[in-house]
Design a protein around this ligand. Structure first.
Ligand SMILES: Nc1ncnc2c1ncn2[C@@H]1O[C@H](COP(=O)(O)OP(=O)(O)OP(=O)(O)O)[C@@H](O)[C@H]1O
Length: 229
């Protein structure tokens, strides 16, 4: 469904992503776990076409992404929730969600968005900057979902969020997968969170994948070892 072969990314002369390969299926959640600076954000930005990259294959649902800019990748089914959420603090919740609709045919926010995030409906007239961290994360996910993606990429969605709210984010991601049957790829450092949502966990270290487990067969001690400094 989403297939990447031999992905390479460099900043100038310095190569940061070294030939990554993965396939993620429809209705699958894949977690990419690694410590700070291991290349998670670089990986996601390159998949979205925000950073230039080289691949021998980059395909969504049978359609090639090679050479495509971000807007073309979005049109072909990729959506992105960046690290730090990057919502517009001075726009209302509703306006923030509508920015995700800019390239789509409709200006209407699909009904299932507010069904997934009732708190955003209640707060639709408030400024994005007045929401809590967890609510802003929900807003960033809602904004990404209005494009009706086939693949949703989330970069460290639990960063800076209270443990009690992290559980809500896990619940929402599981609901999204059930409702939309999409592929979800999430980068993370929190194993308890990925254990609630991911079917598969891959560990990234210095731009290479060094370990992979299915959730049912996870070697938690080993993964924690890779995540600790
Ligand atoms: N703009 C840049 N120019 C040069 N090197 C960069 C740039 N951005 C990131 N790097 C380097 O690329 C490597 C991977 O960084 P990246 O931000 O992708 O890691 P990460 O796993 O997402 O970490 P974090 O969780 O801290 O965001 C690091 O060594 C980092 O120093």
């Amino acid at each position: 469904m989403f297939e990447i072969e031999n992905l390479q990314v460099s900043y100038g002369q310095s190569q940061v992503i070294h030939g990554l390969n993965f396939t993620a299926n429809k209705n699958e959640t894949l977690a990419i776990m690694g410590r700070n600076g291991m290349g998670k954000t670089t990986l996601f930005k390159s998949l979205m076409g925000i950073l230039p990259s080289k691949t021998t294959k980059a395909v969504v649902d049978g359609v090639s992404l090679e050479g495509n800019d971000s807007y073309q990748r979005v049109a072909k089914g990729l959506a992105y929730v960046p690290q730090g959420r990057m919502i517009f603090p001075n726009m209302t919740v509703q306006e923030n969600i509508e920015t995700g609709l800019e390239k789509s045919k409709t200006r209407e926010i699909p009904e299932d968005i507010y069904a997934l995030f009732p708190v955003l409906y209640d707060m639709r007239k408030r400024k994005g900057g007045n929401l809590s961290g967890g609510q802003q994360q929900q807003l960033a996910i809602a904004r990404a979902l209005v494009t009706n993606p086939k693949v949703l990429l989330l970069d460290e969605p639990t960063e800076g969020i209270q443990p009690s709210i992290i559980k809500d984010i896990a619940k929402v991601l599981n609901e999204i997968r059930k409702m939309r049957e999409i592929t979800i790829i999430v980068s993370e450092q929190v194993l308890s969170f990925t254990m609630e949502i991911a079917d598969r966990i891959i560990v990234i270290d210095k731009g290479k994948f060094i370990h992979e487990d299915t959730r049912d067969n996870v070697d938690a001690a080993k993964i924690k070892g890779y995540l600790s400094v």
